[in-house]
Design a protein around this ligand. Sequence first.
Ligand code: GFB
Length: 315
Amino acid sequence: MERGSRIYVAGHLGLVGSAIHRRLRELGYENLILRSEKELDLMRQDKVERFFDKESPEYVFLAAAKVGGVLANSTFPAEFIYNNLAIQTNIIHSSYLYKVKKLLFLGSSCIYPRECPQPMKEGYLLSGYLEQTNEPYAIAKIAGIKMCQSYNRQYGTCFISVMPTNLYGPNDNFNLETSHVLPALIRKFHEAKIESRNEVEVWGTGTPKREFLYVDDLADACVYLMNNYNDSEIVNIGVGKDLTILDLAKLVARVVGFEGAIKLDPSKPDGTLVKRLDVSKLTELGWQAGTPIEEGISQTYKWYLDNYLSRQDRS
Ligand code: GFB
């Protein structure tokens, strides 16, 4: 990408898109194309095609998606499969029609089989059954990968796909019903601290393990790969280390300053028991994550206090 290239960040108000937007600005890319959901409904093919025709983006970061935690995935499976298939199909196909030079598609570590050997290498894709709680979302993301690869093969496009591990950071969703675990824990511990409650409920058995990547690190990796990677094969983006949900809860409680007890609620779903990415390919490509988890949680908690709590529309 040149400093003046026309770069479209789809989903620039979300967790991932806003971080990519921040990173591109920091690096001096000045010709960014941005549209809110209100301005452009990415689920409408005609509108997306008209937008590409008019704006002629040269580079596309496809960070627009319907996302959510383990409970949201199992409660709204139709929305997770339909919205994601529609958004990514419209953007990928328009990128082909309107001759985008390069597109970066964002998948997820949940595309790998539920019983995948650990750590999960890129080559394990489609080698076994998926985790039930998020199968519709994973199928949509796998379709996105296959679409990018097929267009590269048949039409000679340059569409790359990256698979981030569990993400967190500024602009995350802090709604307790639909969010991922890390923002949920920040909010739960903060509210318990403010209300002087002595117990916080953590879903599941506390034993599943997760790997967490600070979203600004992900954005840095995405820009790096946009500039340095041209292959159809997917690339994992993670830190290569994981921890149990109970240990994560203790860590978040410490950062937030909650000193009470943690109560596990095994009636809530655990999801996959373990999903740690093998990041050796990314390391060989010359990129490594830089933010230690404790620092990332502190930054996110600060963002929650300074931004989320002051917003009128929080739920
Ligand atoms: O982050 P999370 O919702 O998604 O849950 P997944 C991770 C683990 O944290 C699960 C536990 O074992 C949850 O039971 N957990 C504990 C909590 N307390 C809470 C809480 O208050 N809220 C939430 N949300 N979880 C998602 C997939 O799976 O990961 C998506 O459903 C996507 O498709 C995303 O791939 C990255 O890591 O289980």
